[in-house]
Design a protein around this ligand. Sequence first.
Ligand SMILES: CC(C)(COP(=O)(O)OP(=O)(O)OC[C@H]1O[C@@H](n2cnc3c(N)ncnc32)[C@H](O)[C@@H]1OP(=O)(O)O)[C@@H](O)C(=O)NCCC(=O)NCCS
Length: 196
Amino acid sequence: MRIDADDPFALAHVVCVMPLVVLRTRRTVLRPFRVTDAADVAEGVDDEVLRWIPLPEPYDESAALTWCAEQSHHVRLSGEGQSWAICDPETDRFLATIGLTRTRWEHRVTEVGYWAAPHARGRGFVAEAVRMVAEWALREVDFARVELRAAVGNTASQRVAEKAGFTREGVLRNADRHRGRQHDLVSWSLVPADLD
Ligand SMILES: CC(C)(COP(=O)(O)OP(=O)(O)OC[C@H]1O[C@@H](n2cnc3c(N)ncnc32)[C@H](O)[C@@H]1OP(=O)(O)O)[C@@H](O)C(=O)NCCC(=O)NCCS
């Protein structure tokens, strides 16, 4: 059957899947998760990650193993997006995670999310990776918009969005619920016109 990619109703019934890619920034490599990342992933989830991201609490090595072996790959195979481990190209050691999620194929919109292990923070790796993944989505997968949403109080994340060249659009009031509290989110985006 031929699907009309410009017909949102036709597309809504198709499971679209992102091509599996390894991406390289100036200082890191973005590759699929491996089971051997589990210990580093578990160690990387500190209070700062749990403060902003909904993950199982406490986050232990068994949760990390499930993520590395299954869930991270399911993100792509289900059509939801794609997850990458941001790694040191010399040692292959896990530094941070980045992913595209909540993809709405019929609207050509996807959303980027991330966290970094404490030892890898403050060096600009994540901002570089956000720019790389967003440009790949816009240029290679033909998305029209990559969204980034971060809690108003998450200054480091707002800075990542800014450094990756995203445009701040405004505040989404009470848009998120985390740890039993409602939060305002700042909405950011990158669109193809920003790449010119
Ligand atoms: C958000 C996060 C990925 C940023 O990682 P990072 O590697 O430190 O990011 P970068 O080095 O590219 O930039 C961080 C910027 O924020 C600034 N920053 C960090 N913490 C800050 C704070 N508490 N207050 C003000 N600025 C802060 C840094 O100075 C840096 O800015 P600069 O480059 O102008 O000096 C990391 O802090 C993290 O994992 N946080 C927990 C999870 C999270 O919040 N994920 C995002 C959810 S939307």
